[in-house]
Ligand binder design. Structure first.
Ligand code: SAM
Length: 407
């Protein structure tokens, strides 16, 4: 007969072995309706659908009971409401409630943007290869190919999705200026603070030579086709091409990266190019954690910690865990709650309460690991034609050049 070890039940339902021992004792006393297997004075819970259902009910009951007693209630800090609008707060709370995740998008606001600026400046001077220096190197290596693809157009607009501080495209813009081909530079980002930083840098580096334009959008669902219409107007379509770039692997942090690929795909004109790069899966990348500018809490850097702090979740309420999840194929940083927690958000239409049980986790950062083949498959299933792929010599970084699949 198949039966469960106490440790298996404890691990599967985040409860202690002592609780399982108590259930077995109560079942023996006829107080609980669990079927047991008994041998030599010992007893185990039998592995049946009925027992599993019953265990799940007991776990639920236990959670409710514990929550009503030991629950810790908190509210986000006032700064949280100053930083995000109602729609963003609703989006954030949904991600917390449904996925137990901090939506990564919102960590580039305010101090998060300044953090990214400093971090990217540090990467620029690092001796070992990193995502920024490899992006610049790969763009340089693909310059000839991109020039060739765009040679018939008089003007190239660069549309930078999630530009950070602009460093990845700086050299590329210089190249287009030298060729006399640069049209508009359009920065698209969810964070107004990032847009201010990239505007400051572009103006400082190029002055009026680069016409700067910025739009606050969420790339997961805000199409930007209306910004690229001059590329389809009669008499202009043959002279203008948009080069849409997404560097720094931002999509790999999203819950569902395909959402962003679909938005890009549905915004491009047929002649436009989409250039995208990221760090690939490898044994070393699975162990890689660049913790940037550290804070007191060992595993956390300022960036990942920002939202946890804004939500007013005190350090004493959680442990930090970081690692690589073999099954989901993602690197993660998450917090595990030491207590049951209730966060009340005040929205214009009323309060929204998000609840966590003791031992629940909240994901604060993730990176989906993909092979080069999987990235190409992802682009293809989102209706891109992949024209060119190139990897760095160590095969750690991939850059792709694609167009929308047309009939
Ligand atoms: C990982 S950084 C990459 C920055 C830069 N491309 C680089 O390679 O250094 C991600 C960028 O995407 C932006 N971002 C994050 N979520 C976004 C979203 N949903 N829509 C638009 N931009 C987003 C961030 O504000 C940030 O500028």
């Amino acid at each position: 007969m198949l039966y469960f070890k106490k440790s298996e039940v404890a691990e599967a339902y985040h409860i202690s072995e002592k609780t399982v021992t108590n259930w077995i004792r109560e079942a023996k006393d006829g107080k609980l309706d669990l079927e047991l297997h008994e041998e030599h004075g010992r007893a185990w819970i039998v592995n049946t659908t009925r027992n599993i259902e019953h265990i799940e009910q007991l776990v639920e009951k236990r959670k409710k009971f514990r929550n009503s007693r030991g629950i810790k209630t908190i509210q986000p800090k006032p700064e949280f409401y100053e930083l995000y609008n109602q729609q963003q707060i609703f989006d954030l709370t949904s991600s917390l409630d449904i996925y137990h995740e901090v939506a990564p998008d919102y960590t580039y606001f305010d101090g998060g943007a300044e953090y990214w600026d400093k971090y990217a400046q540090r990467l620029a001077f690092e001796k070992l290869p990193n995502l920024l220096t490899c992006t610049i190197k790969q763009l340089r290596a693909n310059q000839g190919y991109i020039d060739d693809l765009t040679s018939q157009y008089q003007r190239i607009n660069v549309v930078d999705i999630g530009p950070g501080n602009g460093l990845p495209v700086k050299e590329f813009l210089e190249h287009l200026l030298d060729q006399g081909k640069l049209g508009r530079y359009i920065a698209l980002d969810i964070s107004p603070s990032i847009l201010r930083i990239v505007e400051r840098n572009i103006k400082e580096w190029f002055g009026p030579k680069v016409p700067f334009e910025s739009h606050q959008i969420d790339i997961k669902h805000d199409r930007f086709a209306h910004l690229l219409t001059e590329g389809v107007l009669e008499g202009k379509a043959d002279s203008i091409v948009n080069l849409v770039v997404s560097f720094g692997a931002g999509f790999s942090n999203f819950h569902s990266p395909d959402d962003a690929f679909k938005t890009v795909r549905s915004s491009l004109n047929r002649q436009d190019l989409f250039v995208h790069n990221l760090k690939l899966d490898s044994k070393t990348s699975r162990q890689y954690f660049d913790l940037g500018l550290r804070t007191k809490s060992t595993m956390f850097d300022v960036h990942e910690r920002m939202m946890v702090d804004l939500l007013n979740i005190d350090e004493s309420l959680y442990d930090v865990e970081a690692g690589y999840d073999d099954q989901l194929r993602q690197r993660y940083i998450r917090i595990r709650f030491k207590v049951a927690l209730e966060i009340t958000f005040s929205l214009e239409k009323g309060d929204r309460v998000v609840r966590f049980n003791k031992n629940d986790t909240l994901l604060v950062w993730r990176y989906w690991h993909q092979t080069a083949r999987e990235v190409i498959d992802q682009l293809e299933r989102n209706n891109f034609d992949v024209l060119q792929t190139s990897q760095t010599e160590d095969k750690d970084y991939l850059l792709t050049v694609s167009r929308v699949k047309c009939d």
